[in-house]
Write a protein that binds this ligand. Structure first.
Ligand SMILES: Cc1ncc(COP(=O)(O)O)c(C=O)c1O
Length: 462
């Protein structure tokens, strides 16, 4: 059957998705009694029973006990092929021998001194080489990386207002917690009327901070230009994920990043790429390499730290060298030997040019398999892959911005998630995320994913 996607089809498939989700969740409940018990225990000490709210799930999350290679095992002893990969932080895969050896060495020779080590210097050199940066500083997370990059931009320009993309996520510090998942009624700006009355995405953030954070839709250069014309004298920086990856995967349209670069230069606004997800996953040199556009500052975390809690940001010396001249950037654990050793091993020994060839081959194989399964059914969906990242989004046409993401069919995602997890494919529980492959995935993992997904498409779409 070819894709028809009439309204009647969509209603039928959505109803079927809801039924399947309920049935699959009942099975999941039967299969995960120890996760349920651990949830009951964890709730007593941790809000929502988890260490980070992103880990929470309804009715309870699947708790893992260990991972090896491309596989993870839950507390009930069930093993999965892992396509979640720690929200995209594990491009090296679990317990990679070279990363494990680097961590073991650090564990035996000192994990922390709060003094910069040669390993940290070597990691700084490798990050600068890969991403064409002149200077870099370390952090402990992506949140800190974007917070510090914005601090530098504000400190150097002496301007306070920042601009981000509508519906983008850059961590959970106050400045970027606006226009993260706005409802359609709250989508911020058309730049003609750049909204500053949007609400923070969390309680506890002063609502008055909205005046410092503007948002424009992705892939809309006209909106940026109109905003810059009016507000560039107040605007310190424009922070953007060059490929939007918190709503599936949204590619920049041809010329968009180049145009943004030109506008930021023309209007004296610091361009910041948030490469927390893209860097080290979509190409060796991240989005900077893939799209050939150089920002003024860039932020990194997740896969660049080899599965340990590290981050970094850097860019032009003329900006970064103001650190030490009145701009605060610090942290007890920044660039500690443990994280630096894992990051250095990941970037220099594991995520080599061969690794990106591997990602391209298996990523294409996975995307193509899913594409064929969708084409053979009547499911309104499309597939995108980029290096070791990719996803199925439940909307027939590719997304261009956050507003188009609001048109995806979340019921279909939920049904597919439960179906896949019950058949041994571990995925992030949310249609805003995507798969992450590791160097330890091979054709057998890919083919099993495609097999299970194809069965899902046949069962739901017919
Ligand atoms: C694009 C982007 N920036 C920043 C962050 C924040 O990183 P972290 O969770 O390490 O603080 C994330 C986390 O998912 C992210 O996806």
């Amino acid at each position: 059957m070819t894709q028809t996607n009439t309204q009647a089809d969509t209603q039928r498939i959505t109803a079927r998705a809801k039924e399947m989700f309920a049935a699959e969740m009942a099975v999941l409940g039967e299969n995960t009694p120890k996760s349920r018990a651990l949830f009951e225990r964890a709730k007593a000490t941790m809000p929502m029973g988890v260490a980070s709210s992103f880990q929470a799930a309804d009715p309870y999350p699947i708790y893992l006990s260990h991972g090896h290679g491309a596989e993870v095992t839950d507390v009930d002893g069930r093993t999965y092929f892992d396509f979640h990969n720690g929200f995209g932080a594990m491009a090296v895969g679990h317990a990679h021998p070279l990363v494990a050896a680097a961590i073991e060495h650090a564990a035996k020779t000192g994990t922390h001194f709060a003094v910069t080590t040669e390993t940290t210097v070597a990691l700084a050199e490798e990050i600068c080489r890969r991403f064409h940066l002149e200077r870099v500083r370390f952090t402990n997370s992506g949140t800190e990386a974007t917070m510090d990059a914005i601090r530098v931009a504000r400190g150097v320009t002496g301007k306070d207002v920042i601009c981000k993309i509508e519906g983008s996520y850059h961590g959970h510090h106050d400045a970027v917690m606006f226009s993260v998942t706005p409802g359609l009624d709250l989508v911020a700006t058309n730049a003609e009327d750049a909204r500053t009355d949007h609400l923070p995405a969390s309680k506890g953030i002063p609502t008055g901070m909205a005046q410092w954070t503007l948002a424009v839709p992705f892939n809309d250069l006209g909106a940026v230009e109109r905003l810059f014309e009016k507000r560039s004298k107040d605007l310190a920086c424009f922070i953007i994920e060059p490929v939007m990856m918190n709503i599936g995967i949204v590619l920049p349209q041809p010329g968009y990043l180049e145009g943004l670069r030109q506008l930021c230069t023309r209007y004296g606004v610091v361009l910041i790429f948030d490469e927390v997800k893209c860097g080290a996953t979509i190409a060796a040199g991240g989005a900077i390499e893939r799209f050939g556009v150089q920002p003024d500052l860039a932020c990194f975390a997740k896969s660049m730290a080899g599965g340990t809690p590290g981050g970094a940001f850097g860019g032009k010396a003329e900006l970064m060298d103001h650190i030490g001249d009145g701009i605060a950037q610090q942290g007890t654990f920044n660039g500690n030997p443990l994280v630096s050793a894992a990051g250095l091993a990941a970037l220099t020994e594991v995520l080599t040019p061969d690794a990106y060839e591997h990602f391209k081959r298996i990523g294409t194989r996975l995307a193509e398999g899913c594409r064929q399964a969708i084409a053979a059914s009547s499911i309104p969906a499309h597939v995108i892959d980029l290096g070791c990242k990719g996803c199925v989004s439940y909307r027939p046409e590719p997304l261009v911005d956050y507003r188009s993401f609001l048109e995806t069919n979340a019921d279909l995602f939920d049904a597919s998630w439960a179906w896949m997890v019950n058949r041994g494919i571990f995925l992030t529980p949310g249609n805003e995320e995507q798969w992450t492959l590791s160097v330890q995935h091979d054709d057998s993992h890919i083919d099993r994913f495609v097999e299970v997904f194809s069965e899902f498409c046949v069962t739901i779409g017919g």
